[in-house]
Design a protein around this ligand. Structure first.
Ligand SMILES: Cc1cc2nc3c(=O)[nH]c(=O)nc-3n(C[C@H](O)[C@H](O)[C@H](O)COP(=O)(O)O)c2cc1C
Ligand SMILES: CCCCC(=O)C(=O)O
Length: 387
């Protein structure tokens, strides 16, 4: 039987009844406001900020307001089933933790990648572990317990290094490789340009590189001045991949390959023809390109073009209701980005767990109240309307 995520509501109510104030905020706004004070100002602006005047970032969130679920009555949705199958894995729920490069720095103990993995272990919500992490991928994977993890690849220009990263991910037990396509160069981010905040340039979050034998072999003095590693990382980080590189990527692993950043249906069809195992519709939370379409507006077309291939989605999900809407538009699984980072900033693993449990409880209770007991029922015609 699927876990009944709405039960978290009772836990919160009972705590309040016994005079225990909720440890973490119950709204996204409350979470963000407290995280703003908890994080160092440059780190906060790095996480919260986006490209240009952040129009697309705001539009991502606003887009959810243009869709509404149509309530169905007398369904008897006493129990809901939110389980999904993805790449042959049975997942307890349709959420996943989107890859966040600086998450390591955001937890109070400075090991947020490990805390996120523990939150994944406790909730069954899979983690997509970023290439850019404070702790190496092997240490992250070791904290996942029985919950699957996927490795997000920033493909370096050094092919041998790319191969090494993928093989390490495979050996560490990650269950898929998510290749991010929209960030081989950083977008125009005025907040970071103004504050000089780019944690990677200070040598943070490079553990997957500095622990890699291929990367170390590139350095004149691998154990010397860390600035040498940063300088080399800058040279090799961004690979502007083309369709011609896909056979090579495919040849690196037998794990499922997912392409992150696909929003155009034609790209989705090409990716499918190239033999990828999943597509990930996302505009990087508006951090990379400003002025584009909200990612949610691309989702239905991406799902149609994917024609049965799993579709992962993120960008702008702030509530359980948002997740339900993305699922109703056909997403196979929905990624949580900034909200869990804020939970992590407030309480490490416990904060991230709270955010995930809250999102799942809200989604589950919405499906209960509105009479949609399964993900399939949400996807039936007429469940979601433009408003
Ligand atoms: C601080 C930060 C760092 C990120 N780092 C990565 C990364 O390393 N790799 C990646 O593919 N996406 C990265 N992303 C993008 C997320 O995976 C996701 O697409 C985005 O957060 C979704 O938008 P939302 O947070 O507004 O919902 C990052 C996002 C944030 C906020
Ligand atoms: C080069 C960018 C690295 C992290 C990232 O993806 C982000 O900040 O959005």
């Amino acid at each position: 039987m699927s876990p009944q995520f709405g039960d978290y509501q009772n836990e919160v109510y009972f705590e309040a009844l016994f005079g225990v104030a909720p440890k973490f905020p119950m709204t996204y706004e409350g979470l963000a406001e407290r995280a703003r004070h908890a994080l160092a100002p440059e780190l906060w602006s790095y996480v919260a900020g986006g490209a240009g005047d952040e129009h697309t970032q705001r539009a991502n969130v606003a887009a959810f307001g243009r869709w509404g679920l149509v309530p169905r009555m007398l369904v008897g949705a006493k129990e809901r089933d939110l389980r999904v199958e993805l790449f042959g894995l049975e997942l307890a729920s349709p959420l996943f933790l989107a890859p966040v490069g600086v998450v390591g720095l955001c937890a109070p103990d400075g090991h947020g990648d490990l805390a996120t993995a523990r939150a994944a272990a406790r909730t069954g919500v899979p983690m997509v572990a970023s290439t850019l992490s404070v702790d190496p991928m092997e240490a992250v994977a070791a904290e996942l317990g029985g919950t699957p993890g996927f490795f997000q690849l920033y493909t370096p220009t050094d092919r041998a290094l790319a191969e090494s990263l993928v093989h390490r991910a495979e050996a560490a037990g990650f269950r898929a490789i998510v290749v991010t396509l929209d960030t081989w160069v950083t977008g125009w981010r005025p907040r970071d340009l103004g504050s000089g905040s780019f944690p990677q340039l200070r040598g943070h979050c490079l553990a997957n590189y500095t622990s890699d034998p291929v990367f170390r072999a590139r350095l004149q003095d691998p154990d010397g001045d860390p600035r040498g590693a940063v300088m080399d990382w800058v040279q090799i980080f961004g690979n502007p991949l083309t369709w011609d590189d896909l056979p090579w990527l495919r040849s690196l692993t037998s794990l499922p390959i997912v392409l992150k950043g696909l929003c155009h249906p034609e790209d989705v069809r090409r990716a499918k023809d190239a033999g990828v195992d999943g597509v990930y519709c996302s505009n990087h939370g508006g951090r990379q390109a400003n002025g584009g379409l909200p990612a949610l507006e691309s989702l239905a077309e991406v799902v149609e073009a994917a024609d049965g291939l799993p579709v992962l989605f993120d960008s702008g999900v702030r509530s359980g209701a948002d997740a339900v809407k993305a699922l109703a538009l056909g997403a196979t699984a929905v990624g949580v980005g900034r909200p869990y980072v804020y939970g992590l900033a407030l309480g490490g693993e416990a904060g991230a767990v709270h955010v995930l449990r809250s999102l799942l409880a809200e989604a589950d209770l919405l499906m209960a109240v509105d009479g949609y007991p399964s993900l399939a029922s949400l996807r039936a015609p007429g469940a979601l309307r433009r408003c």
